[in-house]
Design a protein around this ligand. Sequence first.
Ligand SMILES: [Zn+2]
Length: 282
Amino acid sequence: MHPAARILSRPLRFAVARPLPSSPSVPLARRFASSCCNTSSPAKPASSPAQARTKFTMAGSDNQSVSQYLEQSHERLFEYNRQWAADKAAKDPEYFVRLNAGQAPEYLWIGCSDSRIPVEQLLGLEPGEAFVHRNIANLVVNTDLSVMSVINYAVRHLGVKHIIVCGHYGCGGVKAAMTPKDLGLLNPWLRNIRDVYRLHEAELDAIADQDARYNRLVELSVVEQCRNVIKTAAIQQSFKKNQYPIVHGWVFDFKDGLVKDLKVDFKAMLEGIQKIYNLSDE
Ligand SMILES: [Zn+2]
């Protein structure tokens, strides 16, 4: 495995990552028990993905079993989706009429791609309430057309009221950035975090505990990404005209499932950057 992939796939302190084994034998068979879904069965109230996952099995590690497992682990998503759609329609016949009519989300979420942060679930948001962008280590890079397009569209066309940059403790991307070695394609991406480290080198180097130092860098990077959001013309012009959106910096903690508000002072940060980055005049 490439060094970068090895570091990113290894959580700092939380051994919960469960990648598909290269030789899918015992662990896979143990985790996915029983037989495949019946695709023609009538829709029932949606069970959780975890419940759906327990319906699958793999009898052995031969090619046919692997193929069957892959087919089942793909199909179970459709099974859950059919149940979810039927459940929503049964409870509210107008649900999909409203969903189809368009979106007016209140929030733009910029988070890490880490699979353990289900934004809608942990905040109780319904479809249509959050516009979402995710990448490795929740970075806002001004040459990244993807994140810049998302911010521009969310602010200028959707009129989001809040932009939340959310990092998480134990972020593999941040850990990789603090690892002084060549990580290939990730080098230019992680450079943005290394630059945050350089900006706060004295504070970070004074923290003796390695995990605490990583986690402080997670927080400092979130604050810096908030600043990067505020540097955009879309935010500055919209705030001048509408008094929104407000930019927030949060960190999610796997240990207790809680998000921590870093209490970024949006107005002070906006005023602070505008000496150099003022784009508020169209
Ligand atoms: Zn992460």
